[in-house]
Design a protein around this ligand. Structure first.
Ligand code: ADP
Ligand code: ADP
Ligand code: ZN
Length: 214
């Protein structure tokens, strides 16, 4: 397969973007660019010189709010410079970011992963991630072989600080307000492909492969 697929993954928190993004990247030998992971690795970065509400990315994340565009745009432009083919997950999350992205790169596929809101809350509050390698599991829908232990590396599985029900509700509200217009924007451009995110991760992945290969 060629390595020049440039895939944008859109969808609400908990839709399965991370899960599918990893699989797509493996299958097609692409880099994964995930702003959420990049920000989690820089939660304590001092951004006080921006003079905005909070002084670190982590403070925005734990509140369920978007991290300021200046911080996120910088992460994305650096990651794009190093990538040929990529799966971009978690960005753009508002219309200004979408405009910035359009100045940085072309996209081959814009895929919207569609999951009903009621299921998102269950997916997010049951999510567990590996503290060492970042692999994602779910207590009911994708349990590890041994409870609390990563199948991939043996690391400890933890709950993300923003995966509590209260913060999940706020993230879904922010998604509806800031990110749904981004989905609309790509829909109007005629470049949006919608994929149902229901069913097992294998079912969903088959739908993705179908989009990319047909
Ligand atoms: P996102 O990156 O869109 O926030 P994740 O890929 O982290 O979503 O998935 C959210 C949670 O839902 C994780 O716990 C994951 O294991 C689980 N999950 C992913 N895909 C499915 C699916 N098709 N059915 C049920 N649960 C899923
Ligand atoms: P999920 O897909 O489960 O919502 P992510 O890991 O993508 O979670 O993002 C976690 C948090 O990181 C978001 O709630 C937000 O605070 C921050 N974040 C991630 N991507 C962006 C972005 N493009 N713009 C602003 N904030 C972001
Ligand atoms: Zn692990």
């Amino acid at each position: 397969m060629s390595d020049d697929h440039r895939v944008l993954l859109l969808g609400p928190p908990g839709a399965g973007k991370g899960t599918q993004g990893d699989r797509i990247a493996d299958r097609y030998d692409l880099d994964v660019i995930t702003t959420g992971d990049a920000l989690r690795n820089n939660k304590e970065m001092d951004i006080s010189e921006l003079g905005l509400e909070y002084d670190t990315p982590g403070a925005y994340m734990d509140a369920g709010e978007l991290v300021p565009d200046a911080v996120v745009n910088e992460i994305v432009v650096t990651a794009l410079a190093d990538a040929d083919g990529f799966v971009l997950d978690g960005y753009p999350r508002n219309l200004d970011q979408a405009e910035y992205l359009s100045e940085q790169t072309e996209l081959d596929y814009v895929v919207f992963l569609d999951v009903p809101e009621a299921e998102l809350v269950d997916r997010l509050t049951g999510r567990r991630v590996c503290d060492d390698c970042g692999a994602t599991f779910h207590v009911d829908f994708d349990p590890p072989a041994e409870q609390g232990v990563c199948d991939d590396c043996g690391g400890e599985l933890v709950q993300r600080e923003d995966d509590t029900e209260e913060t999940v509700r706020e993230r879904l509200r922010v998604y509806a307000e800031e990110t749904e217009p981004v989905v609309e924007h790509y829909r109007e451009l005629g470049s949006l492909v919608e994929v149902s995110g229901e069913g097992t991760p294998d079912d969903v992945f088959d739908r993705f492969v179908d989009v990319i290969e047909n």
